[in-house]
Structures are given as C-alpha cells and as structure tokens.
Design a protein around this ligand. Structure first.
Ligand code: SF4
Length: 400
C-alpha cells in the first residue's frame, strides 16, 4: 500500500515530467526546421515579427474589409449587443450565411432587452435553418443574464463575458476586442490556419499544445491600439484569401512573412489530428395524419435540435425496420394505434459527427387517444411559427 506522501511525490514528479515534455514539444514546434523542398526555415513563434504582421493585416483590412451589418465605419462605436449576436451566429457558420439571419434577428430583437423578453420558441424560430440551435438558446439565456445581472449592458471583460451561457474564450475575445477595443485575443479555425501557415507550424493545430502556442501568438497579435480590427483582419484574411484549399498567396498581404509560402507548403498546412469517421444512424420520421393535419412534437431540452419541433421520430430503430415495428413504436410513444405506415422516401443529413439517414413514413390514426402532451396537430401549410430543424423541414416538403 502506498502512503499518501508517496502518492503526492509521484504526482509531483508526473507534473514536472508533463511540464518538461510540454516545453520540449513547444521547442520542437517552434525551432527552426529545415524546409524539405526549398531549404527555407520555419520561424519560432517568438521570432515572428508581430509588428510587421499587425501592420500588414491592418493595412489590408482597411482596404478590403467586407461591409457587414454588425460592423461600423469611421468613428462610430460598435454596438456590443449586435457584436454579441453576430459572434453567436458565426460560431460554426460562415459569414455569407449569417448576414441574412442576422438582419432578420435584429429586426425582431433590436436590443438585448427585447431579446430577453421574447419567448424561447420565437428565438428558435428566428434561428431556424441556421443550425446548431443550442447557440440560439444560449444567446437568449445570455440576454436574460445581461439584463438581470448587468443592467442591460453587455460585459466588457473576457472574464465576465465567459460567465454568460454559450460564451467561450473565442466569443469573449471577439466581443471584448471588437465591441470595446480590449486587447483580447481570439482563435478560431481561420485564425489558426493563417497563423500556422505564417509560422510554418507542422504540428496538428487541433492538438492541445499547439493550441496553447497559437493562443499565445493570438495574444501578441491583439496587443495593439486596434485589437478589434487586427482580430477581424486575420479572420477576414482566413475567410477570403488564406482559405483552406487554394490559398491566394499571390494576393496575400502576408506573403513576404509567410513560412508556408516560402517553403511551398501553403496547401499542405495546417495539419490536423486524424478525425473519427462520422457514425451512421437512422431516424424514422412518422408523418401521422388526422383530418388533414399532422402531429408535431417538441424535442427535449437537451441534445441535438433541442427545443425544436418535429414529426414523431424514432431514433433507436434499425434502418431495416418494417411497418409493423413502427406501428408498435407509435403505440408505445404516442398512445394511439396507427394504420400500417407506407414509406414515402428517404434522405441523408450530414452533421459533424453523424451521417443520419432519415426514413419518412406516412400513416394515420386507427384508434385510441393521443397521450396527453404528445404534441399538436398542424396543417403543413401553417407551420411558420413552429421552429423546425432543417431535416424536419425537408421531410415536410416531401409530403407537400
Ligand atoms: S502567403 Fe499564402 S499561406 Fe501564407 S498567409 Fe498568405 S495566403 Fe496564407
């Protein structure tokens, strides 16, 4: 039996070993490495001329920045609420898609108070089609928290911002720097790609230690009199020029500083850790009809598409499930007997971690009473107020 003291000693040794390993790896990651093809070298993150990088980015940004509805020009100050909304929407979604949703959202909820006052279902409806609906619910909760705890003022420090639901280090850094001019760093996929290429970083950018290194670099980058602009500049460059597949090095303001370009490795970098294959699953959607109306139910508060509406959907059944299996499932879940369903069709919906095959079946009630709270009957042409996730909307279209 090991004594507590011995265990503590082992833990200390383990911590020291971890720190030494981290330092060793960071050194490897940042030491000049001989370029295989061109003989040029990578730079250490400490060697990066941050001043040059900032100047080149800002000069380019002043000329090429996109005119976006949450951005302001000249001396006008950005509205922190609009910046917060845009940053929630931009988590996992591209600018081009976000613009239309942002404008619609702001027309309905122009202030943080108005957002805090609307029903959650209304927020989900405004978010409909944008995906990742947890963001919508978190934004709504964040608005309530801002009103309740901050008197309606969006906090201006990273620490306070990170206390809001759904606000991580990236979003906090974006809001603090863009809305308030705080020297707060941010790191998203675009920023990581640009920095990894500029520095010629060979380690997977999604590995913990590389992320630490990139955050350190982002912190130095934001240390300027225009932190919000420099942060937006590097994101913008990643979105428009230093794109994943065919980076536009010939029109890039950083081409003279970029190790990946010098080594001819812009296409290869950055590298990532191998990803797990998406899991294949099947969802059987039951279009249950009664008097020209269909049954819709709300999804649970947690998990995928939380709080959104759907036609009753069986998630645990095999792909090869027959009508009889669905009839039994319907009786158990909904409390009614249904006629043998017929198959309407199928489609595939891809998410980051899952390949979901949706099988659509149509049937009607044979007998029995619907279980209390099982859902509500709706006409398919009267669904505007019901937030439906994209695959459910697609299933509805197949019925019309
Ligand atoms: S030179 Fe090419 S690889 Fe380097 S930052 Fe610019 S676009 Fe990206």
């Amino acid at each position: 039996m090991l004594s507590r003291r011995t265990i503590t000693g082992y833990r200390t040794l383990h911590r020291i070993a971890t720190v030494l390993y981290t330092l060793h790896t960071l050194t490897l990651a940042t030491e000049p490495t001989r370029g295989k093809s061109t003989g040029t070298t990578a730079v250490t993150t400490a060697e990066v001329d941050i001043g040059k990088l900032q100047r080149a980015l800002l000069k380019w940004y002043d000329k090429h920045r996109r005119d976006l509805p949450w951005r302001v020009t000249g001396r006008t100050k950005p509205d922190p609420y609009r910046v917060l909304v845009s940053e929630f929407m931009l988590q996992q979604t591209q600018v081009a898609t976000v613009v239309e949703y942002f404008e619609r959202f702001i027309r309905r909820c122009a202030t943080v108070e108005s957002l805090a006052e609307v029903e959650e279902q209304e927020v989900l409806r405004l978010w409909q089609g944008l995906g990742y609906y947890r963001r919508a619910r978190n934004l709504w909760r964040a608005a309530k928290q801002i009103v309740d705890q901050h008197g309606g003022w969006v906090p201006d420090t990273v620490e306070e911002l990170m206390q809001l639901p759904g606000v991580g280090r990236y979003t906090a850094g974006a809001v603090a720097s863009i809305a308030y001019g705080k020297r707060a760093p941010l790191l998203d996929g675009n920023v990581a790609r640009v920095l990894a290429r500029v520095c010629g970083i060979d380690q997977p950018i999604d590995a913990g230690m590389t992320k630490t290194m990139l955050w350190g670099l982002a912190e130095r980058l934001a240390d300027t009199s225009r932190p919000g602009d420099v942060n937006q500049a590097v994101m913008e460059l990643g979105a428009l020029v230093c794109v994943p597949r065919s980076p536009g090095c010939d029109r890039c303001p950083l081409s003279g500083l970029c190790v990946a370009k010098a080594r001819g490795e812009a296409q290869r970098l950055p590298v990532r850790q191998p990803r797990k294959e998406p899991r294949s699953v099947t969802h059987h959607v039951l279009a249950l009809e009664r008097d020209g109306k269909y049954l819709f139910e709300q999804r649970p508060d947690t998990g995928m598409w939380s709080g959104m509406w759907q036609m009753p959907t069986a998630q645990g059944l095999a792909t090869s499930t027959k009508p009889g299996g669905l009839q039994r499932w319907a009786t158990k879940q909904l409390g009614v007997r249904v006629l043998p369903p017929h198959r309407v069709g199928w489609f595939v919906h891809q998410t980051t971690h899952r390949t979901i095959r949706f099988e659509l079946w149509a049937t009607s009630v044979q007998s029995g009473r619907l279980r209390r709270g099982a859902g509500s009957w709706r006409r398919l042409d009267r669904l505007d107020d019901l937030p439906l996730a994209n695959p459910q909307r697609r299933a509805v279209m197949m019925l019309m």
